[in-house]
Design a protein around this ligand. Structure first.
Ligand SMILES: O=C(O)CCC(=O)C(=O)O
Ligand SMILES: [Fe+2]
Length: 301
């Protein structure tokens, strides 16, 4: 099964149609050459001083740079690109009140790195969730991706396979794409970084999104504390998690966490707690008390 490439003008509906069947898709040239240059200018200094990873999964000839939201204005722009968020609205939106950033990580696979174990990224969340999609990743090509330099290996369609089905060589395709293209793949899709048998590194920038009621892989509150997050646009603040996920997940002193953009935590100690319910929950509770007030027996639940 080949990897589908769509043009930069592809709509969120077209992208989602391929994601539904294949679990992965490349949108070519979604970032311009000038934007790729900005990405290099932002991140190259960090790569120059970053040590290689140590780990069977992260690799031994791979450099990873995280906390990209504070490091790169260009990553902040890519993370909030409208067509990408429209895709997240469609794939993750149905299963949460709001989705959030899961992880930002630039991955440089260097010459000599072996192929990464084929895996699903949503294995982070240790519960069975075949009915829902928990995570979607965008892997922006910073260098050209080829089969030889470590282009991500993917098993298109594997998001629908029985859990115990084995992945074989013939199931795998390598993502080949130009700098500025983005590989979008579901958290449930089997994939892994490729071996780099060339003499040049292969770098990609992962911006990962997940359902708003899950723990984020990268701790966004510690990597982007309120004094920094307050300087960003609200859409990004929300993605970082500075907003309650209804009902009642993520509040601070009974308030929206975004109040920390204007007040210190100590200033919240005296305020009354709010509960953050969904419209359906508010309506259910309203009906319960209305029925009780009118003398009808309240519904049992
Ligand atoms: O760098 C890549 O191509 C993918 C890496 C990956 O899948 C991971 O680290 O989870
Ligand atoms: Fe992965």
């Amino acid at each position: 099964m080949a990897l589908v490439h769509l043009p930069p003008i592809a709509t969120a509906d077209e992208i989602c149609a391929t994601l539904a069947t294949d679990g992965c898709v490349v949108v070519d040239d979604l970032a311009s050459p000038a934007e790729v240059e900005r990405l290099h200018a932002d991140l190259e200094p960090y790569f120059q001083r970053r040590a290689t990873c140590t780990g069977q999964f992260f690799g031994y000839h791979t450099r990873r740079v995280e906390a990209l939201i504070t490091k790169s204005a260009m990553v902040r722009e890519l993370a909030t690109r409208p067509v990408i968020l429209d895709v997240m609205d469609r794939v993750l939106g149905p299963y949460c009140d709001r989705y959030q950033l899961n992880l930002t990580q630039a991955i440089r696979i260097e010459p000599g790195e072996r192929a990464q174990l084929i895996h699903t990224d949503d294995g982070l969340f240790p519960f069975e969730h075949r009915e829902i999609e928990c995570m979607v990743n965008c892997l922006w090509a910073y260098d050209r991706f080829t089969a030889a330099n470590g282009g991500t290996r993917l098993a298109p369609g594997s998001h629908r396979w029985p859990l115990r089905r084995e992945t074989h060589g013939e199931d795998i395709v390598a993502a080949e794409m130009a700098p500025g293209s983005v590989l979008i793949y579901l958290g449930s899709l089997r994939h892994g970084g490729g071996a780099n048998t060339t003499h040049s590194p292969r770098t990609g920038v992962v911006v990962s999104y997940c359902l708003g009621w899950l723990r984020q892989s990268e701790n966004q509150y510690l990597t982007v504390p309120p004094e920094i997050a307050r300087t960003y646009e609200q859409r990004l603040q929300d993605l970082l998690g500075y907003v309650v996920h209804r009902p009642n997940l993520g509040w601070v002193e009974g308030q929206e966490p975004s109040v920390l953009f204007t007040k210190p935590l100590t200033a919240l100690a005296d305020g009354g707690s709010l509960d953050f319910l969904t419209d359906a929950q508010n309506e259910m509770i309203r009906q319960h008390y209305a029925a009780a007030a009118s003398g009808q027996p309240p519904a049992a639940d």
